[in-house]
Design a protein around this ligand. Structure first.
Ligand SMILES: *[C@@H]1O[C@H](CO)[C@@H](O)[C@H](O)[C@H]1NC(C)=O
Length: 271
């Protein structure tokens, strides 16, 4: 080896020997946290401090939004000085607890995603990270039986199939719509779900084919939203009042009378 190569080789060996290896720090985070839009959520992040140089530490929170796919800086703090929140998180993040727990307020749906808490004791040479999946939900804004005011009478012909339509707007996750006649679960209609991409919400449309009998007169037909996560399990509904009398004129005996009149008038003609 030439002298310069020997020097470089010796230098590298020296660096290798004098550099203590970075040890992996066990950073503990929750697997999953749920929050409601405009609410708040706490993301836990804890670790065991090294014996020396525990004051030389960097705490960095980042996230990948499930909605936009972007990687975003959330919060950082160096050597326990004042922390700083970045971008969309400015003014919404505070460090809570003795380690690196953060509380995010005024949650937005785009905050849904994978958060990472990275801890580096850069003098003590111990570093590690942990992840938390954050899910932000919103209860549907409105549930509406199309073309009918709340509680309005819904005129039906007994024994004839009627189509009822209902929509639930701007929920996350997408709502399911259930139909009830009185207190009886009537079923789920044919559902269509449409995503509002810009705001990360879903509209649900349900069409239900129902046949009523005279007994249903005055009963309430209800369309009610159902969202799975417990935190957003508030039901929103709309209803109509079934009225079977409006068109009863054309039922049963009435048909019989009309036919009799028709037949007798024809017979009269050919007399
Ligand atoms: C149904 O409609 C008829 C005719 O409009 C009305 O007279 C009756 O009171 C209604 N019945 C109920 C149960 O609302």
């Amino acid at each position: 080896m030439s002298p310069s190569w020997t020097k470089l080789f010796n230098f590298c060996i020296t660096v290798l020997i004098t550099t203590p290896l970075v040890r992996t720090l066990d950073v503990q985070t929750l697997p999953e946290v749920e929050g409601l839009r405009l609410g708040s959520a706490t993301l836990k992040c804890s670790y065991e401090e090294p014996e020396d140089d525990a004051q030389h530490i960097s705490k960095v929170w980042t996230m990948i939004s499930e909605v936009t796919g972007d990687v975003e800086a959330v919060f950082s703090q160096i050597d326990n000085k004042n922390g700083e929140a970045f971008g969309r998180y400015a003014g919404r993040v505070t460090l809570t607890g003795p380690h690196a727990d953060i509380t995010i307020s005024r949650l937005e749906l785009v905050d849904s995603g994978m958060f990472q808490c990275a801890i580096d004791f850069y003098i003590a040479r111990e570093s590690g990270h942990g992840e938390t999946l954050m899910k932000v939900y919103t209860v549907v804004e409105d549930v509406d039986i199309v073309d009918h005011g709340r509680g309005q009478e819904y005129m039906v012909k007994p024994g004839v199939e009627h189509e009822l339509q209902c929509k639930a707007l701007r929920g996350r996750p997408a709502a399911k719509l259930n139909w009830y006649l009185g207190d009886t679960f009537y079923g789920q209609g044919e559902e269509t779900i449409v995503e509002n991409e810009a705001e990360a919400t879903y509209n649900t449309y349900s069409s239900y084919l129902a046949t009523f009998s005279e007994n249903d007169n005055g009963k309430i037909m209800k369309c009610q939203s159902n969202q799975e996560p417990e935190i957003a399990s508030q039901h929103v509904s709309d209803y109509v009042t079934i009225n079977t009398s409006g068109s009863a004129v054309l039922e049963g005996r009435t048909w019989h009378i009309l036919c009799s009149i028709l037949i007798s008038s024809i017979l009269w003609k050919f007399r």
